[in-house]
Design a protein around this ligand. Structure first.
Ligand SMILES: Nc1ncnc2c1ncn2[C@@H]1O[C@H](COP(=O)(O)OP(=O)(O)OP(=O)(O)O)[C@@H](O)[C@H]1O
Ligand SMILES: [Mg+2]
Length: 305
């Protein structure tokens, strides 16, 4: 696999604050690569450095072999960007937004019209072609932002929280569109707060907090390395209860407590639960280990604040 983006000891400081703090990562051509982390972790700042909106304070960032500081025009030409905030022009129609954006990228008129029509079809927005932005639903706006990001035929698409605020149906529609795009060979970089989204879409991802990368890998690999197969969850009552669980299970198990739940990481939640029956635990649930467990373990907090 060919590397298409490489960051080496990348730093971004805002005044005294290190929003991105000496991070290294490599993204390969054709993969879907995710950045996960709580609010303020530095995800958007990394996206902005990749699409040359803010310059790195230190370190190196190469996009398709081009240095973002020395060759911003060359970098921008091969990127499609779907920002975290809705940045559509509210006075224009759906089609008008695409055509206006194509002019920033100097796409010739006939080519732009053909691409706009094709992208509206792809994002299931053809019916809304002549509607002005304020009359679109949130999900339609997100789909239009993705269409707009593709108007310059990019080889890399950057999506900063592509499905935040969408209902489950709209989210599934965006996921299926992103899968189609991946199959066409484009490299996709996304940030998300949704574990299911990262699990379904990302080939590899990094988990970050406070500007630092905590770990990286495929979703399956991260879950297997940090958590194992299954999780037993019970209501937290007090530390004494956590102590009793520990005593009953011995020190081979990892037992954690966040908020109002206690988590036991195990190969068989069912078998572990049966060993704790004498404790009369409340609200016991047995489930598969997930990326969210990995994040809780690494950061000690939930992904969505
Ligand atoms: N223009 C700016 N000036 C000063 N500080 C900034 C600026 N932009 C971001 N920051 C700070 O940098 C840190 C990282 O912010 P960033 O937007 O990259 O986080 P994020 O991971 O995208 O968070 P979220 O999940 O909330 O979108 C935060 O502490 C934020 O307050
Ligand atoms: Mg952000």
């Amino acid at each position: 696999m060919n590397p298409i983006i490489t960051a080496r000891s990348l730093v971004k400081k805002y005044d005294g604050l290190s929003a991105v703090d000496h991070i290294d990562f490599t993204i390969h051509e054709g993969e879907v690569f995710g950045f996960l982390g709580p609010n303020g972790a530095g995800k958007t700042t990394i996206m902005k450095m990749i699409y040359c909106y803010v310059p790195p304070t230190a370190g190196q960032l190469l996009v398709n072999g081009l240095n973002v500081v020395k060759s911003p025009r060359g970098v921008k030409a091969i990127l499609g960007v779907v920002p975290q905030e809705d940045s559509l022009d509210p006075d224009l129609t759906v089609y008008g937004n695409l055509i206006t954006y194509s002019r920033y990228h100097e796409v010739p008129g006939a080519e732009a019209r053909e691409r706009a029509n094709r992208l509206l079809e792809m994002m299931s927005l053809t019916e809304k072609r002549n509607v002005i932005i304020e009359n679109l639903s949130g999900g339609m706006k997100r789909r239009l932002l993705i269409a707009r990001g593709l108007i310059n035929n990019p080889i890399i698409l950057i999506l900063d929280e592509p499905t935040t605020g969408l209902d489950p149906q709209a989210r599934h529609l965006v996921w299926s569109k992103l899968k189609e795009l991946k199959n066409s060979g484009i490299t996709i970089i996304l940030t998300t707060h949704y574990m299911e989204e990262a699990d379904r879409l990302c080939d590899r991802l990094v988990m970050m907090n406070n500007g630092k990368i905590l770990d990286k890998g495929s979703p399956v690999d991260l879950v297997r390395r940090h958590i194992g197969k299954e999780v037993l969850e019970v209501d937290y009552v007090d530390d004494a209860l956590v102590g009793e669980i520990r005593t009953a299970l011995g020190d081979k198990f990892t037992i954690d407590h966040y908020g109002d739940r206690v988590y036991v990481f195990t190969d068989s939640a069912h078998e572990t639960a049966s060993r704790l029956q004498h404790l009369n635990l409340k609200a016991v649930s047995e489930r598969k280990a997930s990326l969210e467990d990995v994040f809780l373990m690494l950061t000690g907090r939930t992904l969505v604040d």
